[in-house]
Design a protein around this ligand. Structure first.
Ligand SMILES: *[C@@H]1O[C@H](CO)[C@@H](O)[C@H](O)[C@H]1NC(C)=O
Ligand SMILES: *[C@@H]1O[C@H](CO)[C@@H](O)[C@H](O)[C@H]1NC(C)=O
Length: 216
């Protein structure tokens, strides 16, 4: 289950500028408010702006735990530097549906490594107080039942505040796109020459999703 979720989350939900290779939603559309009630914004304290800013997506596992990518939290394990927002839609407009929570524990996958392709790039964050689950606003994500599921050929809906155009500013409004899940070898094939540059990053333990064609 852990590895299955990995690239889907990384590619879709995360807007971390450190993961420029993957954190894009290009050719997507704006989501409806709270269309993805499990979507969470992980935010990090910015000394420059004196406020918390969106760095990565995350999903609600339950009232007390959210799931994100390990690379989003590895640079700073200090729980007080983070804020999470559930029920979020436009990062710059208060709708009244937002639930802010602080973290109490950050648990990265034991075998996460940033070198050699971000294997096991997953982390579970424990909240310091419970989320209030509320239908259509803040809900748990549905996880795969079997850890052996590959989802190859399935259509996958991705969501996140990732860049909509390479090197542009992050969007304020949650974006969505439909894409399909492909195999490891298909992924390498489609990357072509670019794939050689990223050979080490494309690991068999990742889940690959594509929107029409590879577009950086
Ligand atoms: C919430 O999810 C975490 C992580 O999967 C799990 O350890 C915890 O037991 C769950 N709590 C409840 C109340 O289900
Ligand atoms: C994306 O897929 C969903 C579910 O299959 C469908 O309802 C929706 O219309 C699709 N959106 C686009 C933009 O194709």
């Amino acid at each position: 289950m852990k590895t299955i979720l990995f690239i889907c989350l990384l590619a879709a939900v995360f807007a971390d500028p450190r993961a420029t290779f993957l954190s894009r939603i290009v050719n997507g559309q704006e989501a409806e408010p709270n269309e993805f009630p499990w979507q969470v914004s992980l935010q990090y304290w910015s000394e420059a702006n004196l406020r918390y800013s969106h760095i990565c997506g995350a999903v609600v596992l339950n009232e007390t735990h959210i799931l994100t990518a390990a690379h989003c939290v590895e640079h700073d394990p200090t729980v007080s530097k983070y804020d999470i927002v559930a029920g979020e839609h436009n990062l710059n407009i208060q709708s009244g549906n937002e639930q802010h929570r602080r973290l109490s524990v950050i648990t990265m996958h034991d075998e996460y490594t940033s070198s050699g392709g971000y294997n096991n790039d997953i982390a579970v964050l424990t909240l310091s107080s419970n989320l209030m689950l509320s239908p259509t606003i803040v809900e748990k994500a549905t996880l795969p039942e079997e850890s052996t599921q590959t989802f190859t050929g399935k259509t996958c809906q991705i969501s996140g505040w990732g860049r909509t155009v390479a090197n542009e500013a992050l969007p304020d409004v949650l974006q969505k796109a439909n894409t399909s899940v492909i195999t490891h070898s298909d992924c390498r094939g489609r990357l072509g020459i670019t794939g050689l540059l990223y050979l080490n990053r494309v690991s068999a333990s990742h889940l690959y999703i594509f929107w029409n064609q590879f577009s950086l």
